[in-house]
Ligand binder design. Sequence first.
Ligand code: 5GP
Ligand code: ZN
Length: 115
Amino acid sequence: MSTDCLFCKIAAGDIPATIHYEDERLIVLEDINPQAPVHLLLVPREHIPTTLDLTSEDNDLVGHIFQVAGKIARELGFADSGFRIVNNCNEAGGQTVWHLHFHLLGQRQLAWPPG
Ligand code: 5GP
Ligand code: ZN
């Protein structure tokens, strides 16, 4: 836990958020500024700043996050039509919160390339 981290505070329940799913390893919350009809953030409970800080010990965690994303996409009914999982890393990648997270975007046609 990092005391000045937004997602650590949300995971601890100190800052409110709309939680869609949670388990012992991650929370899934609604993005405050949604870019699609469904825009969820999959956030590990552990404070990992960026993708570059992942180690081999996190392989199972990352796999679990992707499995949960797929399960949610199926449950919400847009798995077959399609969706996107995004990780922004560092400033040029568009990262604004320095606690690893994956965006799950769905329920609209998504453009490529992204901006
Ligand atoms: P990033 O830009 O780091 O990839 O993604 C951070 C995301 O967190 C953004 O999409 C932004 O809208 C979202 N966000 C920022 N502050 C809050 C907040 O206080 N609550 C929630 N639920 N989302 C937030
Ligand atoms: Zn954190």
